[in-house]
Design a protein around this ligand. Sequence first.
Ligand SMILES: NC(=O)c1ccc[n+]([C@@H]2O[C@H](COP(=O)([O-])OP(=O)(O)OC[C@H]3O[C@@H](n4cnc5c(N)ncnc54)[C@H](O)[C@@H]3O)[C@@H](O)[C@H]2O)c1
Length: 338
Amino acid sequence: MTSLRAVLVGCGGMGNNWARILAPRQDIDIVGLVDLAPAAATALKDRHGMDAQTFRALDDALAALQVDVVLDTAVPEARRQIAGTALQRGCHVLSEKPLATSATQARELLAIAESTGKTHGVMQNRRYLAGTRAVRDLVTEGVIGDVGMICADFFIGAHFGGFRDEMANVLLLDMAIHTFDQARYMSGMDATSAYCDEFNVPASWYRGNASALAIFEMNRGARVCYRGSWSAEGARTPWEAEWRLVGSKGTAIWNGVDAPYAEVVAATDGFMRPCRRIESGSQWQGPDGHAGCLDEMVTALANGTQPMTCSADNAKSLGMVLAAIESAAEGKKVPVRL
Ligand SMILES: NC(=O)c1ccc[n+]([C@@H]2O[C@H](COP(=O)([O-])OP(=O)(O)OC[C@H]3O[C@@H](n4cnc5c(N)ncnc54)[C@H](O)[C@@H]3O)[C@@H](O)[C@H]2O)c1
């Protein structure tokens, strides 16, 4: 088997996670490591016992090595430059979320990917969880009928330090992208408009807004209601969020941890209709989370196909984020138009 030759850019938390997951694979070989901080690249190399050259800049790595794919696990602000450079130099790109930090940058990257014909895949690891898949099954198999309302709650007091403490729209851009992408994937719908308030609760330790309330209108009429905070101490939700999907036949519930279930109407009369509980049977057999998404993206590159989370699809999730930010800034409902 010929291996894809990869350069990993950004050797922090996620860079190490990607390296750990990819190390056992035969179809991809990380031949270069890039980080602005040379010690981070060296530490990653040593930690994973890798035979890779280290560099301070992607340009230097691309000049020195033959590269098929650039793995971008650097900070969001660097994504436009790293992914754009890599695509224009003839490499495929697999990047962490978010795809970009602005609509302009996202459109530029989409145009570059299209003009170069190279694949740009984006990490959306929460699509590769048994719970997410089980909720999607309850929807697509018609168990709860036509979905009219989706509610997602996310409350975690996360003290990261680092780049997140300085981001202007930290919750929406760095975290809610996961929940919004899950809502699209579970429901099979895309958002058409957003109405959002973005703010900080008292005692928030973030410079930018770390709390948000958002309502999205979806293309088949359903509404998504998101309540989230990264500066909510106590009684935290799972990272996967807590979910309620209300359909024409009943409701699907996922607490983000246990197997989802549905309660569906069992008789046609009564002030409150009697319901019966249906357990979800998750069919997801693949690797979880990051490993699942990386497996699909690397396999797609090897086969010359597009991964499910390619940038053209991911733009619809980022579009929800950017519309929510725009709505909050303007104080009105805005279209989702990326
Ligand atoms: N999918 C997920 O669940 C998940 C979880 C955490 C982080 N992330 C994403 O992963 C990315 C990285 O986050 P992290 O937590 O690993 O951050 P981190 O701060 O731990 O690591 C980022 C690394 O990138 C390096 N870097 C910054 N700019 C660079 C540049 N221009 N060229 C080369 N290296 C550069 C930094 O020196 C640092 O070593 C972010 O986009 C973040 O949103 C995703």
